[in-house]
Design a protein around this ligand. Structure first.
Ligand SMILES: Nc1ncnc2c1ncn2[C@@H]1O[C@H](COP(=O)(O)OP(=O)(O)O)[C@@H](O)[C@H]1O
Ligand SMILES: [Mg+2]
Length: 256
């Protein structure tokens, strides 16, 4: 990173001139999101080859923006950038301080967001190693997470289940329950915010995303979170005319 660059605009201009950020539209989206530290982080990730280009925004959420990027080998990547200003610190504090893997005792917002991103990275890593269908995490740095892009070869991002046409809901549900079970049994994690918004459909396969609030199975609130996840799944599949009870799903996941 050019150490003398300090102003966000300079960094953005440099990224633009080097075509690391492509279009004017991105700059507009960018300037809404990118504070100086975020830009420096992106710049560092650009210099180390993780992000060669940032293309369009895939999603502009409450707390984070997700962009499509290309790495130095022209592979698509997804770049999730948390906005420090609009993050839900109460939630982050609750979920991080209760997690034995994190010793964060801070009310510093930036530190909390960074820990949150690390948590999402580690949860994804654990899930991926357990064979759960998730985007493979590539790197987490400050408030930026780079992960595998879920989409097709042309670079069109996969749609959330919520916005997808589901041809065979029963089959999808079976696959999904299998993934939740792997997450629970093999990764020892409960997602905690599972719903048709956080399940992408890629070639008919469910891909679980957005797992930053995921908790270890042995944590006291994990039961409550699992029950909530299951209730969401039951509700979302009911809309697709698949009837299954909470207990049925639970007994499969827990091998009862
Ligand atoms: N790895 C990915 N590949 C493709 N699209 C993604 C990926 N991760 C997230 N997205 C898109 O961005 C949206 C928001 O991502 P998510 O992680 O759920 O963040 P939020 O906290 O805003 O809900 C998703 O619904 C999906 O459309
Ligand atoms: Mg989400």
């Amino acid at each position: 990173m050019g150490s003398k660059i300090s102003k966000a605009d300079d960094i953005l201009r440099k990224m633009l001139s080097e075509k690391r950020i492509k279009s004017v539209e991105d700059k507009r989206v960018g300037s809404e999101v990118f504070d100086t530290i975020t830009l420096k982080t992106l710049y560092k990730l650009a210099n180390t080859g993780y992000i060669h280009r940032l293309n369009g925004a895939i999603s502009t959420g409450k707390e984070a923006n997700v962009f499509k990027g290309l790495d130095e080998n022209d592979n698509f990547v997804a770049v999730k950038i948390y906005r420090v200003t609009t993050s839900d610190f109460k939630k982050m504090q609750n979920y991080i301080q209760g997690d034995p893997r994190f010793k964060v005792r801070t009310s510093n917002k930036r530190q909390l967001v960074n820990a949150w991103v690390t948590k999402e990275f580690r949860n994804l890593q654990r899930a991926e190693e357990a064979g759960v269908n998730v985007p493979k995490p590539i790197i987490a740095k400050n408030n930026v997470l780079v992960m595998d892009f879920i989409g097709d070869e042309e670079g069109d991002a996969a749609l959330p289940m919520r916005h997808s046409v589901i041809k065979d809901p029963e089959k999808l549900l079976t696959k999904l329950i299998n993934n939740i079970k792997l997450l629970y049994q093999e990764a020892g994690l409960v997602h905690g915010d599972l719903s048709s918004y956080n399940i992408l459909i890629q070639d008919g396969e469910p891909v679980i995303i957005d797992i930053s609030q995921g908790m270890t199975r042995d944590h006291p609130i994990s039961h409550e979170l699992l029950n909530r996840d299951i209730a969401n799944i039951v509700r979302d599949f009911k809309k697709l005319k698949v009837n299954i009870s909470n207990e049925e799903i639970k007994s499969i996941i827990k091998d009862l």
